[in-house]
Design a protein. Structure first.
Length: 364
């Protein structure tokens, strides 16, 4: 049995692949373009593992994807591949349109062609996938629902789509394509919409890892606007367990919201990170890392509040997160303290060039 995972050298995809291969005797074909966000070093522990087949390539490369599908006959495709950073989508939306919309469309077409050639009943002793056992799981975000005001109920799956950033608009478009490929062609799809993730291997351009690495480097901690924007945080391993559960038992064509009921204002997150670092790696001059906090110009179109109502996933599929925010954030800070080489490597090259072009305040 085989899974085709896309974007499996990125933050969530790599955590998914590592967890999957630690628990299953099933091959993972990992298709990743290795953009600035994809890092083969994250997968170094899988070197020599015959169950991991890494392929550098684009989800939009129909010839490559069709060849991989024909060769490996996966029972499912799990689509993590995307451009994922809101700030980057503001500075340059083109790649987001190309990968998240056009790439997903091309991937869906390659998968549809493979899926329509599968048999209706089990052959080969029941191992090969069939038309009805095959799954296409699309990994998406809560940002497609737009922004909540104080007191609004959390996003349920029935909330209307109101994306506000080029990133969220591109993810919303991809969700609609996935939905249409199910309703029009019968492709057996599942979609998950998750809140903000954090944990090991998170690229240090996103809030939590950026605060950790900037704090340790003695750089400013840039808090956008008043820092009172609210995000709903989920430890990445809990997101991965939700995806496994949906893949196993999700109802076809359904969407499942994934979240851990952890709404927190950004400034509280930054202060928590500083407190943990004060405890685990105190500064030599005795001051708190919080003295490095610097309020900076707000992100244009900044969504004020996200919150996920995960009751459908909990009630229908019995999923529950294993970590609280307190346990997850401590593990995360400890992981970054233990892995400075990983951080140094992902911060080099094209990432450094991009930051120096776009973010004066992030330089030391
Ligand atoms: P990431 O940016 O860390 O990783 C994305 C990966 O996709 C990288 O390895 C990159 O090389 C690869 N990729 C990009 N374009 C590609 C292409 N055209 N073909 C093949 N591979 C390509 O992102 P992430 O945070 O791991 O997010 C993974 C998925 O989860 C995305 O679809 C994102 O929208 C969704 N999501 C993320 C979060 C979050 O908090 N990070 C929350 C909810 C949903
Ligand atoms: P981010 O990690 O970019 O995720 P998203 O925009 O997808 O939610 O940002 C999380 C929140 O933190 C968001 O409200 C923007 C804010 N933020 C800062 O205040 N400073 C920063 O340097 C970054 C990267 C984000």
């Amino acid at each position: 049995m085989t899974l085709l995972v896309t974007g499996g050298a990125g933050f969530i995809g790599a955590n998914f692949v590592l967890d999957w291969l630690a628990a299953h005797d099933e091959t993972v074909v990992n298709l990743d373009k290795l953009t600035y966000a994809g890092n083969p070093e994250t997968l170094a522990s899988l070197q020599g593992n015959a169950h991991h087949v890494f392929v550098q390539g684009d989800i939009g490369d129909a010839a490559l994807v069709s060849r991989l599908l024909a060769e490996h006959q996966p029972r499912a495709v799990v689509n993590f591949a995307a451009e994922s950073h809101v700030d980057r989508s503001i500075h340059g939306p083109g790649d987001f349109i190309e990968t998240n919309i056009v790439g997903t469309f091309r991937l869906l077409e390659s998968v549809r062609s493979y899926w329509s050639g599968l048999s209706d009943t089990h052959r080969d002793g029941g191992v090969a996938p069939t038309k009805s056992s095959f799954r296409f799981l699309h990994v998406s975000t809560d940002e497609v629902y737009g922004s909540l005001s104080k007191g609004d109920p959390a996003f349920a799956e029935t909330h209307r789509y109101e994306p506000n950033s080029p990133y969220s608009a591109s993810k919303a478009a991809s969700d609609h394509l996935v939905r249409a490929w199910h309703h029009t062609y019968g492709l057996p799809v599942l979609t998950t919409n998750c809140s903000n993730n954090y944990g090991p291997y998170h690229f240090p351009e996103k809030l939590i890892p950026l605060m950790i690495v900037n704090a340790l480097a003695g750089k400013p901690l840039p808090v956008y606007g008043d820092g009172m924007q609210i995000r709903d945080w989920l430890y990445v391993k809990d997101h991965c367990s939700a995806i496994r559960r949906v893949l196993e038992a999700g109802r076809l064509g359904e969407t499942y919201n994934v979240g851990g009921w952890n709404e927190k204002p950004n400034i509280e997150i930054v202060n928590t990170v500083c407190k943990l670092l004060d405890e685990l790696r105190p500064k030599q001059d005795g001051t708190s890392y919080a003295t490095q906090i610097a309020y900076v110009t707000d992100r244009p179109g900044h969504d004020r509040r996200y919150a996920i109502d995960a009751r459908k996933l909990e009630a229908e599929l019995g999923w529950k997160p294993a970590e609280t925010f307190e346990t997850g954030i401590r593990k995360t800070v400890e992981w970054y303290l233990a892995n400075p080489d990983w951080v140094a490597h992902v911060q080099s090259g094209s990432y450094r060039d991009w930051v120096s072009k776009n973010y004066a305040e992030r330089q030391a």
